[in-house]
Design a protein around this ligand. Structure first.
Ligand code: PRP
Ligand code: URA
Length: 209
């Protein structure tokens, strides 16, 4: 079974509290999602393998550590996952970015796929699927299935907020996927929004309703 990590660094918790506030407007919301994503990227890459290389400083030759192993890919689930990309690329500038367009049908709550564009070599990459919200889990599960169908093998899921229902769905559908969160909220409201959450992630980021 994949692990669930709550990345509750004080800076992440502080910034999450500001984005939860309904009076935080899109500009500040976007900036904070960016910053939180950078902090989370720092934590999610903790297990990347290193190799020893020889370098020369201005003083002498020495052995030093550099990243080795698989190449990375970041896959935002549109729309709201787009808000997390830059923050992650700040830390991992060489990662390639694939896009998955999915929205949750407001009546059925089922994910509807409308766009997929991925790096051609996704089967060789360590992939991080990003989406601020893991609510019923339908969107993230469908996105992970969509990239698996196209060859993806090594997948992590990174969300700002999740609820136990969503975690259960991912662990049932994709038991090998590790999940990284900024916060775990208690549950969903009657419209399947995360409670307390921060409302509609896409609308908060892009100023729509
Ligand atoms: C939001 C969010 C997730 C999904 C989570 O997207 O960004 O993708 O809902 O809900 P779920 O876990 O119940 O599937 P939304 O469907 O609002 O689309 P948008 O980003 O295009 O606004
Ligand atoms: N999608 C959102 O944008 N917010 C929620 O709370 C749940 C699903």
């Amino acid at each position: 079974m994949g692990n669930v990590y709550v990345l509750d660094h004080p800076l992440i918790q502080h910034k999450m509290s500001i984005i939860r506030n309904k009076d935080t407007g899109p500009k500040e919301f976007r900036e904070l999602v960016d910053e939180i994503s950078t902090l989370m990227a720092f934590e999610i890459t903790r297990d990347l393998p290193l190799e020893e290389v020889e370098i020369e400083t201005p003083i002498c030759k020495t052995k030093a550590k550099m990243l080795s192993g698989k190449k990375l890919g970041v896959i935002p689930i549109m729309r709201a996952g787009l808000g997390m990309i830059n923050g992650i690329l700040n830390m991992i500038p060489v990662a390639k970015v694939g896009h998955i367009g999915l929205y949750r049908d407001p009546e059925t709550l089922k994910p509807v796929e409308y766009y997929v564009k991925l790096p051609t070599d996704i089967e060789e990459r360590e992939l991080i699927v990003i989406d601020p919200m893991l609510a019923t889990g339908g969107s993230a599960s469908a996105a992970i299935q969509a990239i698996k169908n196209r060859g993806a093998k090594h997948i992590k899921l990174l969300c700002l907020i999740a609820v136990p229902e969503g975690i259960e769905v991912i662990q049932k559908d994709h038991p090998e996927v590790d999940i990284y969160l900024g916060a775990m909220d208690p549950g969903l409201n009657e419209k399947s929004y995360i409670k307390p959450g921060f409302g509609d992630a896409g609308d908060r980021l892009f100023g729509t309703k």
